[in-house]
Design a protein around this ligand. Structure first.
Ligand SMILES: NC(=O)c1ccc[n+]([C@@H]2O[C@H](COP(=O)([O-])OP(=O)(O)OC[C@H]3O[C@@H](n4cnc5c(N)ncnc54)[C@H](O)[C@@H]3O)[C@@H](O)[C@H]2O)c1
Length: 351
């Protein structure tokens, strides 16, 4: 596209905008040139730290900054409006998950950007966490053989009491919470690691009565590859380590070996016939093993070099559909199939 650094307009100045701004400092070829939020004063609380301008008005922001792209980091109810405004000006869009409050609105956002021909990447950074990249490498190397079983116990330990979720208090009022807001990361990471999902069976519960939505979900996943998985999530269980790096523990089992991921991103590997040992790898710097930085770098690489986005709008709708399939399954207490898959990715075969 250009050899100059691409300049982005960041929209939103809340909890995650702070994490994204820190991550942008390590991105090559792209940077945030200004921040727009509900009010200029709020935007300035973040923008001043980085010596960039703050805006409280859309027209003023785009006229003054003339950005090359948008980085939308507001709550989901304003994603469509900002994506449309960006697409109308031909601006590529990086948009936080969840894409929108409903499946129909998520599809509308993707369709609008496609119709305008603007690049759209959903900012799904979970799959970019360093430990998942390393596990994917191990699978691709054949260290596990054919993967047939994955289990993730998600226990951030931040959802109990009268004032749960102090970092993101808006979680309390979300009518659909755990799968919509949090579980979406795991469904997407499962797709990244093990290929498309064929069907889900989901059960949900509300344990903490002060919140509106569900805070427990157990999802049984059938992958198109034939592997099975369990996403076993509960935000209310007491944990000594609250909001650990990985939010829980994972095991992956295959014909040639198995591994486990701990709360701090350490990986332990057992080859068939062998004994468990720590798998040496370097956890990348930055928030959650570099996840935010890598995702944002991937967006810039896509704009500059045409690298296809892993989580383009179209691709990510597969993840969104899986979220809604989970809610449908929980309501009907039946297995829900996801239909024809678009990128059935077979798990690695033994070498
Ligand atoms: N990828 C991740 O790991 C991750 C983690 C946390 C949050 N998120 C996502 O990031 C997004 C923001 O979440 P958050 O925790 O930062 O929320 P937040 O409530 O802390 O911050 C939201 C910010 O957006 C601003 N805002 C709201 N509506 C606006 C509008 N119409 N116009 C301009 N500014 C507006 C608010 O003033 C605030 O500055 C959500 O979609 C959330 O799901 C992603």
């Amino acid at each position: 596209m250009t050899t100059a650094t691409l300049t982005g307009l960041l929209i939103g100045a809340g909890h995650f905008a702070h994490i994204q701004m820190e991550a942008w400092q390590a991105v090559r070829g792209g940077a945030i040139g200004g921040i727009l939020s509900r009010t200029k004063e709020e935007a300035a609380l973040l923008a001043d730290r980085y010596g960039i301008p703050a805006f409280g008005d859309w027209d003023d922001a785009v006229r003054t900054l003339r950005p090359d792209f948008l980085d939308i980091c507001t709550p989901p109810d304003s994603h469509l409006s900002y994506a449309k405004r960006g697409a109308d000006r031909g601006l590529p869009v990086l948009c936080q998950k969840p894409v929108a409050p409903t499946l129909a609105e998520s599809q509308a956002l993707v369709a609008y950007c496609a119709a305008k021909g603007v690049p759209l990447m959903i900012n799904e950074n979970w799959r970019w966490q360093g430990w998942y990249r390393e596990i994917r490498r191990m699978i691709d190397l054949g260290m596990l053989g054919i993967v047939y079983h994955v289990y993730f116990a998600m226990r951030p330990g931040d959802g109990w009491g009268e004032e749960p979720y102090p970092v993101q208090p808006y979680f309390k009022t979300m009518p659909r919470f755990l799968m919509f807001e949090t579980g979406v990361h795991w469904l997407d990471t499962f797709r990244f690691l093990f290929g498309e999902l064929d069907s889900v069976y989901c059960q949900t519960r509300k344990i903490n009565p002060v919140i509106a939505g569900e805070d427990l979900a157990v999802v049984h996943v059938n992958f198109a590859s034939g592997a099975v998985g369990i996403y076993d999530a509960n935000r209310t269980t007491y944990m000594e380590q609250v909001r650990s790096a990985t939010y829980g523990c994972m095991t992956v089992e295959g014909t040639e070996g198995k591994l486990r991921l701990d709360e701090n991103g350490a990986i332990f590997y057992t080859p068939r016939g062998g004994t468990e040992a720590a798998h040496e790898y370097r956890i990348p710097d930055g928030w959650k093993g570099g996840g935010a930085t890598f995702a944002q770098q991937h967006f810039i690489d896509g704009l500059r070099d045409g690298v296809p986005f892993e989580s383009s709008g179209e691709q990510y709708l597969q993840t969104v559909r899986a979220v809604y399939a989970c809610y449908e399954s929980a309501e009907r207490q039946q297995v829900v199939r996801l239909g024809q898959t678009t990128e059935g990715k077979a798990c690695a075969t033994p070498q």
